[in-house]
Design a binder for this molecule. Structure first.
Ligand SMILES: NC(=O)c1ccc[n+]([C@@H]2O[C@H](COP(=O)([O-])OP(=O)(O)OC[C@H]3O[C@@H](n4cnc5c(N)ncnc54)[C@H](OP(=O)(O)O)[C@@H]3O)[C@@H](O)[C@H]2O)c1
Length: 340
């Protein structure tokens, strides 16, 4: 089988998570890594035999032995790198969030024009649990109408890009409400946003948003609430989808405890909980959704498959999901900005 040659732009935290997943993929290989500083790229590739160290994204993009670029830079730098990669005929896997829906629209236009794949790097949508839950909605909960998410992890490193509005303009909203909005897209699938209210807390020093809570009202009486941030002193990844005849919940919706990065607990099965009627805690049913590899490993495989064998409709579906997620995120951000 042909393997897709992937080059990574950036040598930071998430690049270090994805590199081994690329290297061990059945249909992709890590061909090169670029850094703004050659020595950092050299250090990074030392762990990946066969991968070349390159100075600067431009030199990486220009290489003939690269089919696709994984962009693992801060959000402020993403469109610039992605637009140059797409213009040069390279497929792109881009980290979430995007700078804005407008930014993603410009990138999608170039991807379509050049017949290239453009996919965002949200891991959870590649776990078989996401599709399994959607497929069982009608049987287990009727029509999904209300979605509630809570995503916190303790984080206070003010030197990190998350606390620098120049690098990550939306702070915790871009970092974490992204997943809340992706869950809205995957599980509620609304057409239009009709109303929104958001409360945000900023860090006193750099002004970055470090916590946000909000409620969104969509067409068809669908509603979503989200609560995200770095400030609760514990990790929580709760999701509840309430339908017309039952409720489904997950307690690890962003990174499954079993094999999502940051966790490695083979004995904690991944799945979702079903309840209906006047059930107590002891009546709940856990529905397991096993996976043969981590959700970020599956993301690499799916990205490569989309390039090697995918059709236009599939490529369009990925663009659409990103575009909708970012549009809801932008609405949250506009609401926060309107409050000064
Ligand atoms: N999908 C996920 O699960 C997930 C998880 C974590 C983070 N993320 C997202 O990934 C992005 C990066 O996060 P991170 O935690 O990996 O950050 P990070 O550790 O700071 O890494 C970012 C890397 O990008 C490069 N870089 C920094 N500033 C740049 C600039 N102005 N122009 C070009 N390159 C620049 C740097 O590499 P060099 O110095 O080598 O150039 C840096 O190491 C964020 O947007 C974040 O939201 C996604």
């Amino acid at each position: 089988m042909k393997k897709l040659n992937i080059g990574i732009v950036g040598t930071g935290f998430i690049a270090g998570i994805l590199a081994p997943a690329i290297q061990s993929s059945k249909n992709a290989r890590l061909a090169a890594v670029s850094s703004r500083t050659l020595a950092k790229a050299e250090d990074f590739v030392a762990n990946y035999p066969g991968a070349v160290a390159v100075e600067g994204a431009d030199r990486l993009i220009a290489r003939d032995d690269i089919d696709a670029i994984y962009i693992a830079t801060p959000t402020a730098a993403k469109e610039d790198v992605a637009s140059r990669a797409l213009a040069d005929g390279k497929h792109v896997l881009i980290e979430k969030p995007l700078y804005s829906a407008e930014s993603f629209k410009r990138l999608s236009a170039v991807a379509r024009e050049n017949g290239l794949v453009l996919m965002d790097a949200t891991h959870l949508v590649h776990h078989p649990r996401t599709a399994a839950m959607r497929q069982r909605f009608a049987e287990l909960i009727g029509t999904p109408r209300s979605l509630q998410t809570m995503f916190y992890f303790p984080f206070s490193d003010r030197e990190n890009i998350r606390f620098d509005p120049t690098d990550e303009p939306m702070g915790a909203v871009g970092d974490m409400a992204w997943y809340a909005m992706r869950a809205v897209v995957e599980y509620l699938a609304p057409e239009t946003l009709e109303d929104i209210k958001v409360f945000a807390e900023r860090d006193t020093k750099p002004g970055a948003v470090i916590r946000a809570t909000g409620v969104l009202k969509f067409d068809g009486d669908k509603t979503a609430t989200f609560d995200v941030g770095y400030t609760a002193g514990a990790a929580v990844m709760d999701l509840t989808v309430a339908g017309t005849s039952g409720i489904l919940t997950q307690d690890d919706f962003v990174l499954d405890w079993q094999s999502g990065f940051g966790f490695d607990n083979p004995d904690i099965p991944t799945g979702f909980i079903h309840r209906s009627g006047m059930a107590t805690r002891t009546d709940l049913t856990f529905i397991e959704t096993p996976t043969r590899k981590s959700q970020h490993g599956l993301m690499i495989e799916n990205f490569a498959r989309l390039i090697l064998d995918g059709n236009a409709a599939e490529r369009e579906a990925w663009l659409e999901a990103t575009s909708r997620t970012q549009a809801f995120l932008d609405a949250i951000w506009r609401e926060i900005q309107s409050q000064g």
